[in-house]
Design a protein around this ligand. Structure first.
Ligand SMILES: Nc1ncnc2c1ncn2[C@@H]1O[C@H](COP(=O)(O)OP(=O)(O)O)[C@@H](O)[C@H]1O
Ligand SMILES: [Mg+2]
Length: 323
């Protein structure tokens, strides 16, 4: 199917269906699921943070199964080398020359699992490919497929044996999604599904199947480009970003690039919700995932336990909302 054959409504239906497919495997975690769909529409990369065992890996595996896109998963271990991600030149004895063997980054959806368990050099090879959408080996740039989306997972940085991602490069992720521990009723649902035979290793048996692909994403992206933003709502978005710079707990606030990322995410969320215009609530809903990893907090604030989300809650509570 070419993008032209998919209507806007069909594209939106397909992406809602994608959420339902994911829901066959993952209980709750709605904000993370929505964030992933928003990122697909924005060509944005995603970082997912959560303690072990909250279904970070399961969520991305289910998403990949719900899409008719090529996907690969790389477990980032302490001994993973840059070439294990990007690929490398191999010597072909028959032809007596070097040829490029493409690494797993040459895919549409890459699950970079536990990215902070691997040393900085290997992280950097992925971060560079994310930014440039190509891999340079031996002076030759090799373009990555389109769409190309990285979903990286990590444990909170206070875990032992982790290499925190370089702060200056965190904004290559459009969104940072956090997956909390489930509420009691959700946990009962999780355990109940397992009691009824759910096997997270066998998503096919759980009925998770492909419902959306490149055509739907292309049509969705076209429609998102037509979502309008009123002058007052743009003003609100800019004021939210600017207010992060004035916060006492923050040493480096959101950049203008962060503001444009927030605009893109808000438009995608508006379209997913069935509107062709952005509301202040769209901006509010996306401000935490778009901005939380782009603020540098003062050491005093970290000591006081004020996290980025706390700062953003304060900002969202203080900036006047247009009506
Ligand atoms: N919200 C959830 N919905 C469904 N299963 C869950 C959920 N949270 C945890 N689980 C169960 O716990 C397992 C741990 O998931 P996993 O994706 O490996 O976690 P993580 O990658 O966050 O360490 C899942 O395979 C599933 O059996
Ligand atoms: Mg995992």
């Amino acid at each position: 199917m070419t993008p032209e054959t998919v209507s806007t409504d069909a594209a939106r239906d397909a992406l809602h269906a994608l959420r339902q497919e994911v829901g066959k495997a993952v209980v709750g975690q709605d904000a993370a699921v929505t964030g992933l769909v928003v990122a697909l529409l924005c060509r944005g990369h995603v970082l997912i943070e959560g303690v072990p065992g909250v279904a970070k890996t399961l969520l991305v595996r289910a998403l990949a199964r719900g899409l008719t896109l090529d996907s690969k998963r790389v477990q980032f271990t302490p001994d993973l080398m840059p070439g294990d991600v990007t690929g490398s030149l191999v010597y072909d004895t028959r032809g007596a020359e070097f040829s490029f063997r493409a690494g797993p980054v040459f895919t549409n959806l890459l699950l970079a699992d536990e990215i902070n368990r691997t040393p900085p050099k290997t992280q950097a090879s992925l971060l560079e490919a994310m930014e440039e959408r190509q891999v340079s080996v031996d002076g030759v740039g090799r373009p990555l497929p389109d769409p190309f989306l990285v979903v990286a997972t990590q444990n909170p940085v206070e875990y032992e044996g982790t290499y925190p991602l370089p702060e200056a490069q965190l904004d290559r992720f459009q969104l940072k999604l956090t997956m909390p521990l489930p509420e009691r009723d959700e946990e009962l649902d999780i355990v109940g599904r397992h009691a009824a035979g759910f096997d997270p290793a066998d998503l096919a048996a759980a009925g998770v199947g492909p419902v959306a692909g490149a055509a739907e994403l292309a049509a969705g992206r076209d429609a998102v480009r037509r979502v309008t933003v009123a002058e007052e709502v743009l003003g609100y978005l800019v004021d939210v970003c600017r207010a992060t710079r004035g916060s006492a707990a923050v040493s480096l606030g959101a950049s203008p690039r962060a503001a444009t990322a927030l605009l893109a995410a808000s438009r995608a969320a508006a379209w997913l919700a069935g509107r062709d215009y952005v509301t202040p609530d769209d901006v509010k809903a996306l401000a935490r995932p778009v901005l939380r990893h782009r603020l540098r907090l003062r050491p005093e604030a970290e000591l006081d336990g004020v996290g980025a989300d706390g700062v953003l809650d304060g900002v969202l509570g203080a900036v006047p909302v247009p009506r």
